[in-house]
Design a protein around this ligand. Structure first.
Ligand SMILES: NC(=O)c1ccc[n+]([C@@H]2O[C@H](COP(=O)([O-])OP(=O)(O)OC[C@H]3O[C@@H](n4cnc5c(N)ncnc54)[C@H](O)[C@@H]3O)[C@@H](O)[C@H]2O)c1
Ligand SMILES: O=c1ccn([C@@H]2O[C@H](COP(=O)(O)OP(=O)(O)O[C@H]3O[C@H](CO)[C@@H](O)[C@H](O)[C@H]3O)[C@@H](O)[C@H]2O)c(=O)[nH]1
Length: 440
């Protein structure tokens, strides 16, 4: 057995970054995924996801022969450390995170893993999951003495590689000291740089992950509520955010007002935390309120658009710029932009959308994803900016003035330059500001 051989099971957004990152430290990494299409692409050096710098990083670890790809976990039987990064999506029935992919992956690993192997869970899982997995392994594979470790992931999509190489902390939870040390050893490059390592039990580690996401979601929701207040009482939400964020006890991050948080993590993880709290009879009232406020935010935005467009969206053409849940990713999971597209279609609007990277299809005759901003703006009575892509920030909208039916824009991300020359000819609505009418 090669002691340094590591396997990553599930190479989506988290697993692939973990695998490429560890391989770039010179560790031998085997990647396993059930999706044969994904594995075929990866073998050819093509990342199945859009992530800054990933293609180059992937190709260099392939060239260095420190990474390999397979659909068969049995090919990893010589590995002594398995990272599991399969999905844990929301259960429609309970609101909690689904564990069927994780349980299947851990069973498959346990069947092939050598004696004494360590299985580190990177997936975000309800508190108590790792302890339950350990109990199951102790019962079903007692002779193998396998150890479960909770090693939550904190990367953000769009900056995932950068986050991997510059973690602010690494959390390693386990009942087994030697298992914790095996995981820590794989992060030796970070240990040497003095990155804080939090060594704990599995419940603490699992709770850290949920508490971190819930806290950040709360921060975003807080600034969004203050932004609603500013819209009514006057003022500038960006200056308010700056004014509070300069207080080091508050900090400047996650204070950008917008259409509400989305993505594959915050909505799912806040809901799971609230469900876990209720299940244990310890209601997480702050988180529950945050979820409720965030859910209703999409309606609040739609109402403002309706009001500005004369209360009727039916038959009107709307350009939606941005589909991804945030800039620099192709991920549309729980994207506010996608929810707004659905809501507009339900109201009878015709939607022409554009995103530089993300693809979103909906089988509706009134929806079309366009190849350019100009194409999306053709005949539009409203231009909505739903994702903060840099190219929308710098775009000179005078180029689409001859194309649109009305020069009305709703900037949900507060990125356009309202002092630009073209902006003086548009009615511009922004989150956190009252309507700015065209001066001409
Ligand atoms: N996406 C993020 O930014 C992020 C960040 C931190 C934590 N997380 C958590 O990490 C986990 C993974 O998230 P993701 O976004 O990478 O998911 P993903 O859907 O992009 O990737 C999951 C991968 O696992 C594969 N898979 C499923 N079952 C498998 C099995 N039995 N064997 C092998 N492969 C299998 C799927 O084919 C898929 O490629 C989730 O729990 C999520 O909450 C995600
Ligand atoms: O000031 C802000 C910051 C974020 N958001 C929104 O909040 C959501 C989440 O953004 P972000 O955290 O940047 O994206 P994710 O890639 O989902 O990353 C979060 O979720 C991951 C999965 O758990 C964690 O690993 C990361 O630490 C955590 O930041 C998105 O809809 C953003 O548009 C705002 O509206 N305003």
């Amino acid at each position: 057995m090669q002691a340094e051989s590591i396997c990553v099971v599930g190479v989506g957004y988290v697993g692939l970054i973990q695998a490429v990152g560890l391989a770039s430290f010179g560790l031998a990494v085997k990647c396993v995924d059930l999706d044969a299409g994904k594995i075929a692409k990866l073998r050819n050096g093509i990342p199945p996801i859009f992530e800054d710098g990933l293609e180059d990083a992937l190709q260099s670890v392939i060239a260095a022969k420190t990474i390999s790809f397979t659909t068969d976990v049995a090919e990893a039987r010589d590995c002594d450390l398995f990272y599991v990064a399969v999905g844990t999506p929301t259960s429609e029935r309970t609101g909690n995170a689904r564990l069927d992919y994780l349980e299947a992956a851990v069973s498959a690993i346990a069947d092939v893993a050598p004696v004494g192997a360590v299985i580190a869970v990177k997936s975000t899982v309800p508190i108590g999951t790792c302890a339950a997995l350990q109990a199951r392994l102790d019962r079903d594979h007692a002779d193998k003495r396998l150890a479960i470790v909770s090693n939550p992931e904190f990367l953000r999509e769009g900056t995932a590689l950068k986050d991997f190489f510059n973690p602010e902390r690494i959390v390693i939870g386990s009942a087994s000291e030697s298992a914790r040390q095996r995981v820590r050893e794989s992060y030796a490059a970070f240990d040497q740089r003095g990155i804080p390592m939090i060594l704990s039990d599995t419940s603490t580690s699992e709770t850290i992950k949920y508490a971190a996401n819930a806290f950040l979601a709360t921060k975003v929701t807080f600034i969004n509520e203050i932004s609603d207040l500013v819209e009514t009482v006057g003022g500038d939400i960006d200056d308010v955010a700056r004014g509070i964020g300069l207080d080091s006890r508050i900090g400047p991050q996650f204070l950008r007002a917008g259409p509400g948080y989305g993505g594959s993590c915050f909505p799912k993880d806040t809901l799971a935390l609230a469900t876990i709290g209720r299940r244990h009879g310890v209601q997480q009232q702050i988180v529950e309120t945050v979820i409720r406020i965030n859910d209703s935010r999409r309606f609040h935005i739609l109402k403002r658009i309706e009001l500005a467009m004369g209360d009727k969206l039916s038959g009107k053409r709307v350009a939606v710029l941005g589909l991804a849940f945030k800039a620099n990713t192709d991920d549309v999971r729980d994207s506010p932009a996608v929810d707004i597209v659905h809501a507009l279609l339900e109201e009878g609007a015709e939607v022409r959308a554009f995103d530089p990277v993300a693809k979103f299809t909906v089988d509706h005759r009134a929806y079309q994803q366009c190849e350019s901003m100009a194409d999306a703006c053709e005949g539009a009575s409203a231009v909505l900016i739903a994702t903060e892509w840099a190219q929308f920030r710098s775009f000179d909208f005078s180029a689409v003035e001859p194309l649109v039916a009305r020069r009305y824009m709703f900037d949900m991300r507060r990125i356009v330059d309202i002092d630009a020359d073209w902006a003086s000819r548009w009615d511009i609505e922004r989150i956190g500001s009252s309507l700015k009418r065209a001066s001409a």
